[in-house]
Design a protein around this ligand. Structure first.
Ligand SMILES: *Cc1c(COP(=O)(O)O)cnc(C)c1O
Length: 229
């Protein structure tokens, strides 16, 4: 089942990359594994998925040690509370959900000497009040990035992350994703940084995210099947 799902996803990525004049290799699949048991994650890893994402530190602490496979990486994709920063730093290769300076400072503080940690800044491009992230406004995001660069020399910003609007709908979803890309472009220009990662698109909206420049699509149900919540 995972194999069939993955074949479909890869085909969709090829199709939409082609529509956008992009190469499919520019787009990485992240398996979103909340509530997915280790066996299914290992199956996906055997089929070539190299990157997985968890939403909660507690679940990740149990699961990640059960999926020790060389060459796979883990991203934190859910909201991260400051009091979990220490564990998060130990568990994850990237934090995609940095949305406050206090969190960034805590991550910086918890990093062992000499270690760097890649981060994405989460932006609430849909403006939905239930979602986390900075407002999608350059007057907020430019000063935010400036502060991160100042406070936290061990954090390495790699790009931006967003969740599309719910329910997904082509026009609104694409507007959200295009906004994330525009903000990324603005940051690169302002700070002379390279921010290649745009983490956007999930099971129901990733084709549109690819059209708007996604480099990382976070896929749960379309890969692993429905969640048992
Ligand atoms: C659950 C989740 C996903 C994947 O959602 P699906 O709709 O199952 O593909 C992606 N990103 C985040 C932040 C999530 O919490």
């Amino acid at each position: 089942m995972i194999q069939e799902n993955l074949e479909k996803i890869r085909t969709t990525i090829e199709t939409y990359a082609a529509k956008a004049g992009r190469r499919p290799e520019e787009i990485t699949i992240l398996g979103a594994t909340k509530s997915v048991p280790p066996e299914r994650i290992k199956k996906a890893a055997r089929l070539g998925i190299r990157l997985f994402g968890e939403n909660r530190v507690q679940e990740a602490q149990k699961k990640i040690p059960q999926v020790r496979i060389p060459g796979i990486s883990w991203h934190m994709i859910g909201h991260l509370q400051r009091n979990k920063a220490k564990q998060a730093v130990q568990l994850f290769d990237m934090i995609e959900s940095v949305d406050s300076i206090k969190l960034a400072q805590e991550l910086q503080k918890r990093l062992p000497e000499g270690r760097q940690l890649e981060i994405l800044v989460e932006v609430n491009t849909s403006g939905e009040p239930t979602k986390y992230g900075l407002p999608p406004d350059e007057d907020q995001i430019l000063p935010f990035m400036e502060k991160i660069l100042g406070c936290c020399p061990s954090l390495v910003p790699r790009g931006l992350m967003t969740l599309g609007p719910y329910p997904p709908e082509e026009k609104r979803s694409r507007r959200s994703f295009a906004l994330l890309r525009a903000l990324r472009d603005r940051l690169e220009e302002e700070f002379g940084l390279s921010l290649p990662v745009l983490s956007m698109g999930m099971s129901e909206d990733y084709p549109w995210a690819i059209l708007e420049g996604a480099t990382l699509v976070r896929i749960g149900r379309a890969l692993f099947g429905p969640r048992e919540e």
